[in-house]
Design a protein around this ligand. Structure first.
Ligand code: HSE
Length: 404
């Protein structure tokens, strides 16, 4: 019988335990193996838990127990989680994680250790919550030259923007509601400043393009500066404001990842992704496009993905999945500056007699002037913003318009 350990009994970890025991019979049937959870690691006490016998506060109980071959890491963060996961892999124990911070920061290193030790480091739950995206990208879509990925990868910000768009709620109230519902991380900075979405697009980019993309090399802008006014004006233009994480392959082979609030026209399915849902649109030369949609956060949706990996671990014990990997890369020259990106740009500027710009589509000029430019590089749009400021026009907002 295979023995499992769950690291962390927070939202995701407790979901993993709950879903495992709820569906144990069918899980084990699908895995074609007998298995049970032997340990749950957490520094807190859970005296009333039906699983109280399984709790330990000492990682060494798990590391030194040869019966434990599979570990589900649901702690979060990249400090203790990194040490524990690395130690497990070095002992030849396979790991499934929901921890995007860890994968985005240390994925290449942990994948290399897993390969060396003949075990696996799986992370389906780290991107898109319940949505299967990691395995489809490197297995089902492996025959494609993947040219672009565009997605909503953060449920909290999508929930907040949805409340602003549909209920005219201001940012602070919508954030508070997201926290009360347990969507936002403990510290909402990672969500609202775009770091969480950045980590996720780094993971997808690394997997698809084969080199580790580190978050510090990806242009990232969150939603804290998105105003109700901009959301309303975007609606007048026929678009929803979404936090879009994307990566595209350029003709010279470099890649261009970014995370930015973006106007998504209503004729794009992504504009209709509401609430805490995520969506990932993948473009490839064989498929044209495929879209993956589902709950991007939450206890059981994320637990579902962690356990999907655990089942895969059980089925393939003793073998390393060499397709799910990428190389480390200290040299970031394969990552292009987001200023090279070409798009139409939404502007909201103060009304002024000095306003005179050609080839634009005016959305509204009743107080501020809101308009969308023709297609240009982000560098050119920034030059335009500078020249407007110099002529006394105040640039109040600037966002790209998605075109795919
Ligand atoms: N805080 C994240 C989100 C959780 O809102 O999407 C899932 O990674």
């Amino acid at each position: 019988m295979s023995k499992l350990a769950v690291l962390g009994y927070g939202v995701v970890g407790s979901g993993v335990v709950e879903l495992f025991y709820k569906n144990k019979e069918s899980i084990l049937k699908k895995a074609n193996k007998d298995a049970d959870i032997k340990y749950i690691l957490d520094i807190r006490d859970f005296p009333d838990s039906p699983y109280k016998e399984k709790f330990t506060k000492d990682i060494n109980d798990i590391l030194n127990d040869d019966e434990v071959t599979i570990v589900a890491e649901c702690m979060g963060g990249a400090t203790f989680a990194y040490d524990f996961v690395k130690s497990c892999l070095l002992k030849g124990k396979s790991v499934s994680t929901s921890n995007k911070e860890l994968v985005a920061a240390k994925g290449a290193e942990l994948l290399a250790i897993a390969k060396e030790k003949g075990c696996n480091f799986f992370f389906e739950a780290s991107v898109g919550g319940a949505i299967p995206i990691i395995r489809p990208l490197h297995k089902c879509l492996a025959a494609n030259d993947i040219t672009q990925i565009v997605g909503i990868l953060n449920g909290t910000t999508n929930f907040i923007l949805g409340k602003m768009i549909n209920e005219n709620m201001n940012f602070d109230d919508a954030l508070k509601m997201a926290q009360e519902l347990g969507y936002a991380e403990k510290d909402p900075t990672a969500d609202v400043e775009g770091h969480d979405a950045c980590r996720k697009i780094c993971i997808l980019s690394s997997l698809v393009f084969g080199k580790h993309v580190y978050p510090e090399n990806v242009y990232t802008k969150g939603i804290t500066k998105v105003s109700l006014e901009d959301v309303t004006l975007a609606g007048k233009f026929g678009a929803s404001v979404k936090l879009i994480a994307s990566v595209k392959k350029l003709s010279d082979g470099r890649i261009l990842p970014s995370v930015m609030p973006t106007l998504v026209p209503y004729d794009n399915l992504i504009s209709r992704v509401d609430d805490v849902f995520n969506a990932v649109m993948v473009f490839g030369d064989g498929i044209d496009r495929a879209m993956f949609y589902g709950r991007g956060a939450g206890m059981l949706p994320t637990a579902s993905a962690v356990l999907g990996d655990v089942i895969e671990q059980l089925k393939t014990e003793g073998k390393t999945d060499t397709a799910q990997t990428w190389q480390d890369s200290a040299d970031a020259s394969f990552i292009a500056d987001h200023k090279e990106n070409e798009c139409r740009m939404y502007f909201r500027v103060s009304g002024s007699e000095n306003f005179n710009i050609e080839n634009i589509e005016i959305i509204d000029n009743s107080s501020d002037i809101a308009f969308v430019t023709e297609k240009m590089t982000v560098a050119k749009a920034e030059e335009l913003a500078d020249s407007m400021e110099k002529s006394g026009v105040q640039v109040k907002a600037m966002m790209p318009v998605l075109e795919v």
